[in-house]
Design a protein. Structure first.
Length: 579
């Protein structure tokens, strides 16, 4: 296993960058991100981005770069097409050598970060005493995929599950729990939805209970030992429920990653005092607020970030500021990623702005909001049950597995029952995750069982089947002694080179994903690999080929199988070897 991998396309990208700088000496100074742009997409982004910088049409920029890009042992031919694309034909010898290095590397040429960062990712964040529902799925799935990608690059990823485990609702929940204990039982606590609904109904209909609940909130915030013990019981049951869902989903969040609102309760008064002392917070209509510049309402008036309410209580903004200070100062975060829905865009931007004004954020720190759209039903409205109720996440996963059993039974009739059910579980869960991740996260998407479980198109079952088919070819070759220890790659047909070109782009795709925080880029890459495999099978017989051609094609299949499995793993999706 390589300790430090090297992107197979590094020599090409170095040549393109040198050609850009030879054509436009001012390019690097004018655009510090140029090197990253070349690394991520040397064919498209260079001319389009650079054209804006130097004030020339992209096609003209591309032509100037092409003129400086010499034909050599790496570049066989370069042409300009479209509005300014560089179409680069790689020399066969370079591509086969790059593929060989990738094949021999457990990391496929994806470099380990030279300067790994402490990266804090805030994702999932359900509320205590409520079952997780479909509204939690996007943050959980997207956040986990990004955590996997950044971890694989070698960064120190610190997962933070900022659950809602504090505040006014816990008064009524604890009082309801006490009533249940007095009546001789508390088993309904494990039925979180029913428990919460019963507590809420009692709070709304029974004034005496409501008074007790409000007093219980005071005891909770004051640190009363008995109240804290009861609160802990409610929280623990909820965390147990979350953990079961996370395990079924195959995400890497665990109880050890929980850092809920209560974590920062002791810091809230200090946050307000610090911001007041720095002249950032002031009294406004009885509340303590910060008015970060650049944020105004429809009436043009400044929008406040409320730190302490009129009654003396603290809101989400104060907790979020305490969390960001903790993550920066105590966890040493150099990149802080919040995977939270688009409706929170302004709130997070204001929190980030205040953190910067307070001097907590160094010049070397990145604060990023990974926003995402909603999950919609077939009617293009928020995804709910036919009765209009929020869909429980556990029920959704149950249905996914049940539907996948029927799909897999039709597709893989030769599997024994235990294997078939295990494959169906992987397909069902993977289909839900991939349907989410394959869409641009900024957009809403329609939840469609038929599409996401299909074995055609850009779906998890299609990619999983492509991987399983490769594994089948390799098993058959291994059975007749067809897999050798080392192979020299050679291209006897154009489809082989097309597949190799797709495969060697993996390091650039991983880099682009970690930079942009858009996991659909990995999905599109995997789909392109699987689609190219279809042409490869049509044009390039593998098991029936002779001698070196057979060996080279088998080795190509082996790399493709590993790349598909690794790519799916980065998304948190399994790749069964048989389907």
């Amino acid at each position: 296993m390589s300790f430090l991998s090297v992107d197979p396309l590094t020599p090409l990208r170095a040549r393109v960058l040198a050609a850009v700088q030879a054509a436009f000496p001012e390019a690097e100074a004018a655009d510090p991100a140029l090197h990253r742009s070349v690394h991520a997409d040397y064919q498209a982004d260079v001319a389009l981005a650079l054209g804006r910088r130097v004030g020339r049409p992209p096609r003209e920029v591309a032509a100037a770069v092409a003129e400086k890009l010499a034909v050599d042992d790496v570049v066989a031919r370069v042409e300009v097409s479209g509005p300014g694309f560089l179409n680069i034909t790689l020399a066969d010898a370079f591509l086969t050598a790059a593929l060989a290095r990738m094949s021999a590397d457990d990391r496929f040429g994806v470099p380990v970060a030279v300067r790994p960062l402490n990266v804090v990712i805030d994702y999932s964040a359900p509320n205590v005493a409520k079952e997780m529902h479909v509204g939690h799925i996007r943050s959980t799935i997207i956040g986990d995929a990004l955590a996997r990608v950044l971890s694989w690059q070698g960064h120190q990823v610190i997962r933070q599950n900022h659950i809602g485990d504090w505040g006014t609702p816990f008064g009524m929940l604890i009082e309801h729990l006490l009533d249940e204990q007095a009546a001789g039982g508390e088993s309904s606590l494990r039925e979180l939805v029913a428990f919460y609904q019963a507590a809420r109904a009692k709070f709304d209909s029974d004034p005496a209970f409501a008074d007790r609940a409000r007093h219980r909130v005071v005891l909770l915030q004051g640190g009363d030992a008995e109240t804290l013990a009861l609160w802990r019981k409610v929280v623990d049951v909820s965390i147990e429920h979350m953990d079961a869902i996370y395990k079924r989903l195959g995400v890497t969040l665990g109880p050890e990653h929980v850092a809920g609102e209560s974590t920062y309760n002791a810091d809230l008064a200090g946050i307000v005092a610090e911001l007041q002392a720095k002249g950032l917070a002031r009294e406004s209509e009885g509340a303590i607020c910060v008015f970060p510049p650049g944020f105004s309402g429809r009436d043009g008036e400044p929008v406040p970030l409320i730190l302490r309410k009129q009654g003396g209580g603290y809101g989400y903004a104060t907790t979020d500021l305490a969390a960001i200070r903790h993550r920066l100062q105590r966890l040493g975060a150099k990149r802080l990623i919040y995977v939270i829905g688009s409706p929170q865009t302004q709130h997070l931007a204001m929190v980030f702005a205040v953190a910067r004004l307070a001097g907590w954020v160094g010049a070397d720190v990145r604060l990023e909001h990974v926003a995402f759209g909603s999950v919609l039903g077939p009617d293009k409205k928020m995804f709910k049950t036919r009765a209009g109720e929020t869909i429980r996440l556990a029920s959704l996963l149950d249905e996914a597995c049940e539907r996948a059993v029927r799909t897999v039974q039709e597709k893989a009739r030769d599997l024994d029952a235990p294997t078939m059910f295990e494959v169906a579980r992987a397909v069902g869960i993977g289909a839900i995750k991939y349907a989410d991740l394959s869409n641009d996260r900024l957009k809403d998407y329609v939840f469609d069982w038929n599409r996401m479980l299909a074995f055609e198109g850009n779906t998890a079952p299609y990619l999983m089947y492509a991987h399983a088919r490769l594994c089948s070819i390799l098993r058959k070759a291994d059975a007749d002694g067809g897999l050798g220890a080392s192979v020299t790659f050679a291209f006897a047909a154009p489809a082989e080179k097309l597949l190799a070109l797709e495969l060697v782009q993996l390091p650039g795709i991983v880099d682009r994903t970690s930079e942009s925080l858009h996991p659909h880029r990995i999905c599109q890459y995997l789909y392109d690999v699987a689609s190219t495999l279809t042409r490869f099978y049509e044009d390039c017989p593998v098991l029936t080929a002779d001698g070196p051609v057979r060996a080279s094609r088998l080795a190509l299949c082996a790399v493709a199988a590993r790349v598909l499995a690794q790519g799916l793993s980065l998304l948190g999706i399994e790749a069964p070897p048989r389907m």
